[in-house]
Design a protein around this ligand. Structure first.
Ligand code: SF4
Ligand code: SF4
Length: 429
């Protein structure tokens, strides 16, 4: 039967006798009659209809080849990637004192020193730029803008190296946005700054409780004022960390941005995430792929997604994506030169994959790279969204990256609603 194994079908309440077919590989949606689906299943589908479904990767001529293509998708992605991406921790110092901070065991006066910065620039130049790759750095902390001279030193050196080699360099920030003033952003534009992922934990009263300055004063107004003054210069990606008892208040944060005169069409995707239990790792806020599957969390994510879209803001598109641990040209660099494969895994020294000084070790076994290469996952319609789930969550749950973190229950409970939200709110699939 040449229907793709990577499709889901849902009844269409608006058109009795019709179904919604969704390709998890392509992220494409098509409305078909139940009769057409029956002819597809019994092998009598007309050639023109086959072509429509084939374009959306809902029809495959060779099911074995489809499975083989998925089996090799990471190798193909790694082989064709022309961009190197790294998250770089410049400092663990921060001017906020968020009670839930993952880094409160580590926070303090630990910043990247001259030698580590020199090694970082040399490593990226020799391993990446000299091989013709473009470079994208995401500066992270602590609060990376507390290490502004270091940021400019690294970005400037790599930008020069890229320019000489004829490749491209750009950078972004994960920042609390308290220091993201217009003069700072204007200063950083020549260094390739393109975007900033910022955090607002709901409306002012909730945010000021969750994200006060070290002095105890609230930071909400400072951040909103900064965002209003810079969002025409760089792409702002708002996020926030919610809890079970306050997520319903979070849409009010978006209302505050609207009231401040900001145009949602000019703002990047909004990504709210739950506060995770404190662990050995950093806050995975920058790894928006980390999603839990408890019922309240599924409800919270769907509720917030709808409220974001209803206000004219955007969310990240559902699409095929592997965990960045699988991607060769992706790295996380600690302030001390330690290397990891995901920001959420920092703080577990046993999961470091090397150092800038000594290079990268073989991490295939420690990070269970082929965990999804089994019959159950390869035949699962959710494989393009899941690829065995999140190693960070598996580590939180079992203490080891010793198997898949299956997202079937999460996707069973949420994908249909996500598709209906997109249809109702006129989003393109
Ligand atoms: S382990 Fe993978 S899926 Fe989980 S947070 Fe890290 S990059 Fe994302
Ligand atoms: S881990 Fe679960 S949801 Fe993910 S691909 Fe495997 S079977 Fe499917």
């Amino acid at each position: 039967m040449p229907l793709s194994r990577y499709l889901k079908s849902f009844s269409d309440p608006d058109r009795p006798g019709f179904l919604l077919l969704y390709s998890t590989r392509k992220g494409a949606l098509v409305r078909v009659s139940e009769q057409l689906l029956a002819t597809a299943r019994n092998g009598t589908l007309s050639e023109p209809d086959q072509n429509i479904l084939r374009r959306m990767e809902l029809w495959v001529d060779d099911p074995a080849a489809e499975r083989e293509a998925m089996l090799n998708v990471v190798e193909r992605t790694n082989g064709s990637s022309s961009t190197f991406s790294a998250t770089v921790v410049l400092t663990l110092d921060c001017n906020l004192a968020c009670p839930y901070c993952f880094e409160d065991h580590f926070r303090g006066d630990h910043a990247m020193n001259d030698e580590t910065a020199r090694l970082l620039v040399a490593h990226i130049k020799h391993e990446q730029i000299d091989s013709g790759r473009d470079v994208e750095l995401c500066f992270y902390g602590g609060e990376p803008l507390m290490a502004l001279p270091r940021l400019k030193e690294i970005a400037g050196a790599l930008q020069d190296a890229a320019s000489i080699a004829g490749t491209k360099f750009c950078c972004s920030l994960v920042t609390n946005a308290t220091l993201l003033t217009r003069p700072v952003v204007e200063d950083l534009l020549p260094f390739g700054l393109k975007s900033a992922q910022i955090t607002l934990d709901g409306p002012a009263d909730v945010h000021n409780r969750q994200r006060p300055f070290v002095s105890g004063l609230g930071s909400f107004k400072v951040i909103v004022d900064n965002l209003r003054s810079v969002y025409d210069l760089i792409s702002i990606k708002p996020g926030g960390n919610f809890a079970r008892d306050n997520y319903r208040e979070f849409p009010a944060m978006l209302d505050a941005l609207l009231e401040a005169g900001m145009d949602p069409a000019q703002i990047g995707p909004v990504q709210f995430a739950p506060i995770h239990p404190k662990s050995g790792g950093h806050d995975p806020h920058s790894a928006a792929c980390a999603i839990g599957s408890e019922p309240w969390l599924i409800e919270a994510n769907l509720y917030l997604r709808e409220e974001i879209l209803r206000r004219g803001f955007s969310v990240d598109k559902s699409r095929m994506g592997v965990c960045m641990i699988e991607l060769t040209n992706n790295l996380v660099v600690g302030y001390d030169g330690s290397l990891y494969k995901c920001p959420a895994l920092m703080g577990w020294p046993e999961l470091a994959v090397g150092t800038l000084a000594d290079g990268i070790n073989d991490y295939r076994e420690s990070h269970n790279l082929d965990v999804w290469k089994n019959d159950e996952c390869l035949e699962c319609a959710y494989l393009p969204f899941c690829f065995g789930g999140c190693r960070f969550f598996r580590k939180l749950k079992t203490g080891a990256i010793d198997g898949v973190d299956c997202r079937r229950a999460l996707l069973d409970a949420s994908l249909e609603t996500i598709i209906r939200q997109d249809l109702a709110l006129g989003r393109q699939q």
